[in-house]
Write a protein that binds this ligand. Structure first.
Ligand code: ADP
Ligand code: MG
Length: 137
């Protein structure tokens, strides 16, 4: 079934000028970019996006990281997009990610891991709605 997922190229990968390489890889993997923008989140906007992680030990570090520089946000479409995207990015910790995955290639550590991906189809709908207005997707 055709499905959508939210992708974020995080500040570390944007700083390292890996945006093009990552978008190119995602297109090669069969994803259609249905919406895309580059933005610099405020701290409050980062906290809002990661609200589910509030209270976890890494929440503060995560929100500081995600608001330290521009990110590139995309709504991606493909068959089985959520699961397929997570396969292409690899495990949260780049050290544990499979060879050839985006996090293995471009991530530095469990916090600065190059990209975000939705974890479930319902989450994807909410996350796409956080960044894009209805007429943009
Ligand atoms: P994923 O992004 O793979 O879905 P989580 O939803 O568990 O992973 O965590 C969200 C983000 O929080 C991760 O992508 C990473 O940037 C950061 N993070 C997760 N675990 C840690 C940790 N132990 N220490 C620092 N940052 C972390
Ligand atoms: Mg997650």
């Amino acid at each position: 079934m055709t499905q959508r997922t939210l992708s974020i190229i995080k500040p570390d990968a944007v700083e390292a000028r890996k945006t093009g390489a990552i978008v190119s890889r995602l297109e090669e993997e069969g994803f259609k970019v249905v919406a895309m923008k580059r933005i610099h989140l405020t701290r409050a906007q980062a906290e809002g996006f990661y609200a589910e992680h509030k209270g976890r030990g890494f929440f503060d570090e995560l929100c500081t990281f995600m608001s330290r520089g521009p990110i590139v946000v995309m709504a991606l479409e493909r068959e089985d997009a959520v699961a397929k995207y997570r396969e292409v990015i690899g495990a949260t910790d780049p050290a544990k990610a499979a060879a050839g995955t985006i996090r293995k290639l471009y991530g530095s550590n469990v916090g600065e891991n190059a990209v975000h991906g939705s974890d479930k189809p319902e989450t994807a709908v909410r996350e796409i709605g956080y960044f894009f207005a209805g007429f943009e997707v």
